[in-house]
Design a protein around this ligand. Structure first.
Ligand SMILES: [Zn+2]
Ligand SMILES: [Zn+2]
Length: 241
C-alpha cells in the first residue's frame, strides 16, 4: 500500500482498535474506543475527525464509528502483523502466551511485507495466533466463527474454548495454569445469580471462575473427549519450546 508508510503508528492503533471492537460485535462509540486505547475522550474525538477526513472511517450518530474499505484494509494488515508476530514469538522463540502481546504491539507497525511473508511461510501460513484469534490472510480475509462467551453458556453444555482475550498477562497465566486454553473442552456446572462466579469442569477437575474472566473466554458449543489431552500437550509445548 503506497501511503502506508506515511501513517503514524497511532493512526494504525486506532484503526486496529475500531476493527477489534467491531469484531466483538460492539458498537464503536467514542467512549468505547477511548477506553480500549486508554486515551482521553477528547483526543479520541479529534482522531476520529482526522480519520474521517482521511476517508478511513465514517462517523455517524446512530451507527458510531465504522471503517471504510480503505480503513479496514489497513486495520486487517496490522491485525495480521500482530497475530503473526505473536505466533512467531511463541512458536519460534518460545515466549509464553502472556508475553507475546506487548512485544507484538511494538513490532506490528514496523514489519515489512517481505519479513511478514517469511514469517508466514516459516509458520506454514497459520490460521490462528496463540490466543486463538484468527489471522487474516494476506488478501485480508478473516475466518469468522460464531462464538459465545463462556459467561453466557447454559449449564450442562459442553463447549470447546476457541479464543482467550490477549490483553491481560496475569489473566493469561492464571487461565493456562488451570488449563483453560484454546482447544480445551469445558462444561459449565452452574453459575451463581446476580453476575456471581461460575463453576466449570475441565476433564476431571472443577474450577470456580470469576464471571469477568469468563467473559474473556470465547467458546463454541460441543466438545470432543480428547481435547483435554490436546490442551495438556499445548501447555507442555509452551513450557518447553
Ligand atoms: Zn495481542
Ligand atoms: Zn493474540
Amino acid at each position: 500500500m503506497k501511503n502506508k508508510n506515511l501513517l503514524s503508528s497511532s493512526i494504525e492503533d486506532y484503526l486496529k482498535a475500531i476493527y477489534q471492537l467491531q469484531e466483538q460485535d460492539q458498537a464503536v462509540t467514542t467512549t468505547a474506543l477511548a477506553e480500549e486505547l486508554s486515551i482521553s475522550a477528547a483526543s479520541t474525538t479529534n482522531m476520529i475527525k482526522k480519520l474521517a477526513r482521511m476517508k478511513l472511517v465514517i462517523h455517524s450518530p446512530y451507527r458510531g464509528v465504522e471503517l471504510t474499505p480503505a480503513g479496514k484494509k489497513i486495520a486487517l494488515e496490522i491485525v495480521r502483523h500482530h497475530r503473526l508476530i505473536e505466533l512467531f514469538l511463541h512458536e519460534a522463540l518460545g515466549l509464553s502466551w502472556d508475553e507475546v502481546h506487548d512485544e507484538a504491539h511494538k513490532l506490528e507497525h514496523v514489519l515489512s511485507d517481505n519479513l511478514e511473508d517469511h514469517i508466514a511461510d516459516f509458520l506454514g501460513d497459520p490460521k490462528e495466533d496463540p490466543h486463538g484469534d484468527p489471522i487474516p490472510t494476506k488478501a485480508g480475509v478473516v475466518a469468522i466463527e460464531s462464538q459465545q462467551a463462556l459467561a453466557e453458556l447454559a449449564p450442562g453444555t459442553p463447549a470447546q474454548i476457541r479464543r482467550v482475550s490477549d490483553q491481560d498477562p496475569a489473566h493469561l497465566r492464571y487461565l493456562s495454569d488451570l488449563g483453560l486454553v484454546p482447544n480445551a473442552t469445558v462444561s459449565l456446572i452452574e453459575s451463581a445469580p446476580f453476575d456471581g462466579p461460575m463453576r466449570v469442569r475441565l476433564g476431571a477437575q472443577e474450577h470456580i471462575l470469576d464471571r469477568q474472566l469468563a467473559r474473556q473466554i470465547w467458546v463454541i458449543q460441543g466438545g470432543k473427549p480428547t481435547r483435554r489431552r490436546e490442551a495438556r500437550n499445548k501447555k507442555e509445548k509452551r513450557n518447553t519450546t
